[in-house]
Design a protein around this ligand. Structure first.
Ligand SMILES: NC(=O)c1ccc[n+]([C@@H]2O[C@H](COP(=O)([O-])OP(=O)(O)OC[C@H]3O[C@@H](n4cnc5c(N)ncnc54)[C@H](OP(=O)(O)O)[C@@H]3O)[C@@H](O)[C@H]2O)c1
Length: 269
């Protein structure tokens, strides 16, 4: 008896699938039965993942693509539709922090790069796949935003602004497309251990100081984000659109930040 979380028969497109959170999302969608189309620039990593997914008894299609290039995105979505016939799930996960520095030291090109990778790539994918989803009157778009997009992030202002814009686009598209049965939601991860954050999680002093703001007191794992993607992709979430689901061990709900946690721990001591 299938559960509402069952994704068998559904086709998914996942960007940034070669490693980290995107890889975990593609694998978890496949474990739930969906057939994923895998996008990233790294062809070898995509081929390896596709072989792993095929081993689960599920078809997977690796398509090396730079998602900042609209022509490449159009081509990839066209190939996905030609090979798989349909698309039901679109995960805009490709992203990265880019240049790190104070506002006055960052060149404007850092802003352009952050916007291209974290915001415009998702716009290209939504423009390419949106007409198909709307025509079928069904589908789930999942944008991977960041806690950085829900406030300010010193030294990474372009990244924070791009993710804030992605959250805003998620809400606008959710409202625009809800009447045609297409849902648009965002995952909002906190600190997750991946290659992107390895320089932070790998340094004990930095890691400890970042975790002072996390009530759960630990780094998240990519699989812990992926489970939420399966939920949002599935019929279990058929009334959910425009939601921004935090996966951050409580970081975003803590008023007062690390000082509050220190106080809490002191009262327990
Ligand atoms: N890790 C965290 O703590 C954290 C927290 C909040 C939000 N996030 C967000 O979660 C998403 C995944 O992050 P992650 O930590 O898994 O990062 P990651 O390990 O660095 O992986 C990034 C993925 O994006 C792909 N990518 C980068 N540029 C691309 C391009 N131009 N075209 C196509 N694919 C591209 C990379 O593949 P190739 O290099 O092979 O192209 C890779 O698969 C990002 O949007 C990130 O902003 C992460």
């Amino acid at each position: 008896m299938p559960t509402p979380f069952d994704l068998r028969g559904k086709k998914a497109l996942v960007t940034g699938a070669s490693r980290g959170i995107g890889r975990a999302i593609a694998l978890e969608l496949a474990r739930a039965g969906a057939e994923p189309v895998l996008l990233a620039r790294g062809a070898e990593a995509l081929e390896k993942l596709a072989a792993e997914i095929t081993g689960l008894g599920v078809r997977a299609l690796p398509l090396p693509t730079d998602v900042t290039d609209p022509a490449q995105v159009d081509r990839a979505v066209g190939t996905a539709l030609a090979e798989f016939g349909d698309l039901d799930i679109v995960v805009n996960n490709a992203g990265g922090t880019g240049a790190f520095g104070s506002f006055l030291t960052l060149p404007h090109s850092a802003w352009e790069q952050a916007m291209r990778l974290n915001l415009e790539s998702a716009l290209h994918v939504c423009r390419a796949a949106g007409p198909h989803l709307l025509e079928r009157r069904g589908g789930s778009v999942i944008n991977v935003a960041s806690f950085a997009g829900q406030g300010g992030l010193p030294l990474l202002s372009p990244y924070a602004a791009a993710k804030a814009a992605l959250i805003s686009v998620t809400r606008s598209l959710a409202a625009e497309w809800a009447g045609q049965g297409v849902r648009v939601n965002a995952l909002v991860p906190g600190w997750i251990e991946t290659d992107l954050t390895a320089p932070l999680s790998g340094d004990p002093a930095t890691s400890a100081s970042l975790l002072e703001a996390v009530p759960a007191g630990r780094w998240g794992r990519p699989e812990e984000v992926a489970g939420a993607a399966v939920y949002l992709a599935s019929d279990a979430a058929r009334l959910v659109t425009g939601a921004c689901l935090a996966l951050d061990g409580g970081m975003s709900v803590l008023s007062g930040g690390p000082a509050t946690l220190k106080f809490l721990n002191a009262t327990r001591a």
